[in-house]
Design a protein around this ligand. Structure first.
Ligand code: LLP
Length: 430
């Protein structure tokens, strides 16, 4: 691949000078999201899957600037809630580019999306339970539906994000054909879908293949008339979900996306005439386009370890606490009177945040260029499920975010203030 469009961007690839400038201008903790990299990732997905519908799983990063970049790159939006549909509409995705995946959908979300579908009838609602189909019908909806199947096989970087095979998601595979035929009596059934899970690496490709093959089989079953009374179901697409992993460890090789695409086509083939492949990656689009900048505020040598306290915590980046997820950390230096970090000795440290939980650490026993108070650290690969999973726990205002667009940085989410923490209380009618 061309150097301008490499298959992975490491935390070491970011320009230290620009990151220092951003941290000075906007303070820390600060999320930085590079839209140019987002666009490259979209392009690489489209190149690898040239004939597929590519949808961006909005949940990975819902920022307006990212959504607009993805929209311009030609991807559709896959949304998991009314809030995500609302954001996608606001970012300019028309109904024909909107897919809402209803997982045990709250009534309020169904009401909202059915309302959207009245104005935008090309919206597609992906449904994983017959009960949800009934609830749509009760609301007078008879539009486009995609049936989510539980493929009985899953994959992913952590048990908590392996959706395929979890009973919560999708109609059990052995009932899927019948349920889809029933659904076609009431709705316009346009697709079938399954999602293996998130963070699939090259070692889990067999599970991916298995899932894809099962969806291919189901598509062929549906293309055959069942008995005298029921005719074939003409679907438009087979949506094999997202989940393509990205490397987090500095020396981890990237997923060979073209190889994954080949394996996918091979496993699903031959699809009935007129049926397209669809994918809906989230992480792959945005993960390596983001870093989280945080400042060292405390350095504490202890008999067991050297603890480096920083101003970001699990409230800003939850993945390490929640999944024991690894994020690369680079010391960019900057503390007055200290050597350039490249010249410092690699020292094993624990990097910990300011929250009163032991799980509030970004790494343990990790060799970093000996951090000093005032240094700036870049936590890498935080563009997916970073800001999205931030909370106000410990009454911590959420961080700011800048987007880099064509090399120029712009504040796209202001830092929350203390007053933002109490808005909903002050505005409650009490
Ligand atoms: N489609 C569906 C139906 C999904 O549920 C998901 C992710 C995706 C697509 C996109 O998956 P991706 O390509 O991003 O792996 N918070 C976790 C990840 C949860 C993913 C949930 N569903 C994390 O930080 O690792």
């Amino acid at each position: 691949e061309s150097p301008a469009n490499p298959s992975v961007r490491r935390v070491s690839d970011w320009d230290a000078g620009s990151l220092h400038e951003l941290a000075t201008d906007h303070e820390t903790p600060l999320y930085v999201q590079d839209l140019d990299r987002v666009r490259e990732n979209c392009e690489r997905l489209r190149d690898a899957f040239p004939n597929a519908d590519v949808r961006y799983a909005v949940k990975a990063h819902t920022g307006r600037a990212v959504l607009e970049a993805v929209r311009d790159a030609g991807l559709d939006a896959e949304c998991a809630s009314a809030g995500e549909v609302d954001r996608a509409l606001a970012a300019g995705f028309g109904g024909d580019r909107l897919h809402y995946t209803a997982v045990n959908p709250p009534a309020r979300d169904l009401d909202y999306v059915v309302g959207v579908a009245e104005a935008e009838p090309e919206v597609t609602i992906t449904v994983g339970a017959v009960d949800t189909l009934d609830r749509l019908a009760e609301r007078g909806y008879d539009g486009r539906v995609c049936v989510r199947v539980n493929p009985g096989v899953g994959a992913g970087h952590h048990e908590k994000v392996r959706t395929g095979g979890a009973a919560k998601f999708g109609i059990p595979y052995d009932r899927a054909a019948a349920a889809t035929r029933d659904a076609a009596e009431r709705f316009e059934v346009v697709g079938i879908h399954a999602h293996a899970g998130s963070g699939i690496d090259s070692e889990q490709l067999d599970s991916h293949r298995e899932l894809v093959a099962r969806l291919g089989d189901l598509a062929r079953t549906l293309a055959e008339p069942a008995g005298n009374e029921t005719s074939a179901i003409d679907i438009e697409y087979v949506d094999i979900g997202g989940g393509f992993g990205v490397p987090y460890e500095e020396d981890e090789p990237p997923l060979d996306l073209p190889a994954v695409a080949d394996a996918t086509r091979e496993a699903v083939a031959p699809l009935p005439d007129g049926v397209d492949l669809a994918i809906e990656p989230g992480r792959y689009v945005v993960a390596d386009a983001g870093v989280l900048l945080t400042r060292v505020n405390t350095v504490k040598p202890t008999p067991g370890e050297r603890v480096v306290g920083v101003d970001a915590g699990m409230t800003d980046l939850l993945r390490p606490a929640m999944y024991d997820a690894y994020h690369p950390i680079r010391n960019l230096g900057g503390a007055a009177g200290t050597a350039n970090p490249d010249a410092r000795e690699a020292t094993p440290v624990t990097v910990a945040g300011p929250i009163c939980e032991t799980g509030d650490t970004f790494c343990n026993d990790r060799a970093l260029a000996d951090p000093a108070r005032g240094d700036l650290l870049a936590i890498g690969v935080t563009g997916a499920y970073g800001y999205e999973m931030a909370t106000q726990y410990n009454s911590r205002p959420r961080p700011a975010e800048v987007a880099i667009d064509d090399g120029a940085a712009e504040l796209v989410r202001r830092r929350e203030r203390l007053a933002d923490l109490t808005t909903v209380e002050r505005e409650a009618d009490r």
